[in-house]
Design a protein around this ligand. Structure first.
Ligand code: FDA
Ligand code: PGT
Length: 452
């Protein structure tokens, strides 16, 4: 078999992989990035395509522009199940053309020296002496298998986890997940019959009947084009996502002209804390493969970028030291948990709680402002749930005459704080991982008992 040598192999050119490549280009490393898709389809995956502007600012990355930008966003409107409460959460963002933006990053990385091979799939890891040392890849253009030896492999294969799932199962980076910690999501992009009233606002509709354990969204992509879809909790034995779509789409997108559909499709989103460790000897896991999406709203593009950025920093430092061990790559975890992972752990608990609420609870909670919109925004930005006005409301709940989980909100907020504190004390080296992991698991199982 043909053999080639690189410093770094990046598997997957989605948001995570292309960000890592973009940050690492022109830094003196010999880098190969591969993706199974043809160039023109890289970055093309089922998605709502909404990304907060802050992520680009925080990571020093270019804003989407020209054909990469479909709509500038000024905020999100959130609707209660009975539609009687509308909350507006302000915040700048973009509705992007994801393939165009991803391919731009890849092209810029390529122009600065990163080799990119499309139509090329990683078939299996090369694993020796406890280290990931590369991958056997298949080039579909030339129909040949190639052995790629690399000092570090970045696994950015998305929810498929198609590389790390073939590593020895005892490695912490091979960690699997519970399907209930995911949402199944489906969306269509189509033209509308008339102009959209407020194209600068994303709309999110919470409703446990039409989208159990998730929500419906209506995200404008210009004045007469929309990305509309829904998520439902995975592993619950619900009917297929298409059944929900067909049954309810008119409730949320009566103006959508499905005969002028541009694209449709579904996929899974992880809605949990990140992988306990994103690194092991010779390997770094980023993006959906590392479970980096936001557990409460499912947005994962911004955090995929953060994980790509953190990985890039760790790679550069590892090459400086000439050490590619888990210990050396560990700073990826510290960087990621500090910037986003701790908040995810806290929001995983919030998500578990929200998914158990009935529509009546949510209607009541939103109407009475048991949580206020600014508190929800703060929770989703930082992971800290303030209950500034909730005390009185929670006492009122005691009088509504039916059992309600909203009662537990104070405990929920406390557990969220506790788990975040555990993440802020993430072990400084791999030796501490075992004890830390068991503390996290214990806290989550206690939490589940409290809110059940
Ligand atoms: P992604 O899946 O994008 O990329 C993985 C790449 O790896 C692919 O290009 C694939 O071809 C390649 N690959 C896989 N295995 C390979 C192998 N063995 N060899 C070579 N290549 C391989 N997020 C958000 O921020 N805003 C939003 O509005 C939404 N909305 C949304 C809606 C729906 C329906 C879903 C399903 C998801 C969302 N998300 C979202 C989540 C978001 O789409 C997701 O978190 C990111 O796109 C993840 O980016 P990655 O780069 O990790 O994976
Ligand atoms: C409840 C479980 C839900 C499971 C998930 C469903 C999955 C569906 C599929 C995915 C669709 C993706 C849609 C992505 C939307 C992007 C939203 C967005 O960009 O949010 C911004 C940015 O957040 P960030 O974390 O990326 O960045 C933070 C910062 O900018 C950088 O540091 C923030 O805006 C919000 O978070 C607004 C709130 C959205 C809330 C979503 C609904 C949750 C339901 C809440 C119910 C409340 C009821 C209370 C009753 C007591």
């Amino acid at each position: 078999m043909k053999q080639v040598n690189y410093d770094l192999l990046i598997i997957g050119g989605g948001f995570a992989g292309s960000t890592a490549a973009w940050h690492l280009a022109n830094k003196g490393l010999k880098i190969l990035l591969i993706d199974s898709k043809p160039w023109s389809r890289i970055g093309d995956k089922p998605c709502g395509d909404a990304v907060s502007k802050e992520h680009f600012d925080n990571l020093g990355m270019p804003y989407p522009e020209g054909e990469q930008l479909e709509q500038k966003i000024e905020g999100i409107k959130l609707y209660s199940p009975d539609m009687s409460t509308e909350w507006t959460v302000k915040g700048e963002g973009f509705e992007i053309n994801a393939p165009a933006y991803t391919q731009r990053l890849l092209k810029e990385a390529q122009d600065r020296g990163v080799e990119v091979m499309d139509l090329t799939t990683a078939m299996k890891p090369i694993f020796q002496d406890g280290y990931v040392k590369g991958a056997v890849i298949f080039d579909r253009r030339k129909e040949e298998q190639i052995e790629v030896n690399a000092k570090i492999v970045i696994e950015a294969t998305g929810y498929s986890r198609s590389f790390r799932s073939k590593l020895p199962q005892e490695l912490p980076v091979a960690e699997d997940m519970d399907e209930k910690d995911s949402d199944i999501a489906y969306r269509e992009v189509a033209y509308t019959r008339s102009d959209i009233e407020e194209p600068t606002y994303l709309k999110i509709f919470i409703n446990q009947t039409t989208s159990p354990g998730g929500y419906w969204w209506y995200f404008p992509k210009g004045k007469d084009k929309v990305n509309i879809g829904l998520g439902i909790q995975g592993g619950m034995g619900y009917p297929s996502i298409y059944t929900f779509y067909e049954k309810y789409w008119k409730d949320y997108g009566a103006d959508v002209d499905r005969s002028r559909m541009i694209v449709k499709g579904g996929a899974l989103v992880p809605t949990r804390r990140p992988l306990d460790t994103l690194v092991w000897n010779g390997v770094i896991v980023i993006g959906d493969s590392g479970y980096t999406a936001n557990p409460v709203h499912g947005g994962g593009k911004g955090s995929a970028m953060i994980s790509g950025f953190c990985a890039a920093r760790a790679v550069l430092n590892a090459f400086e030291k000439g050490d590619f061990s888990a210990n050396s790559l560990w700073e990826t975890n510290i960087c990621y948990n500090d910037r986003y992972g701790a908040k995810q752990a806290s929001l995983e608990l919030f998500r578990r709680f929200l998914q158990k609420l009935s529509d009546d609870d949510i209607n009541y909670g939103m109407r009475k402002k048991v949580i206020r919109e600014e508190d929800l925004l703060e929770a989703s930005t930082t992971g800290d749930l303030q209950l500034s006005v909730a005390d009185k409301a929670i006492r009122v709940i005691a009088g509504i005459g039916r059992p309600s989980l909203l009662y537990k909100l104070k405990n929920v907020a406390q557990y969220m704080k506790d788990v975040k504190a555990l993440y802020k004390n993430y072990p400084t080296s791999p030796e501490g991982l075992g004890q830390w992991r068991s503390n996290v698991r214990q806290l989550i199982s206690e939490f589940d008992k409290v809110v059940s």
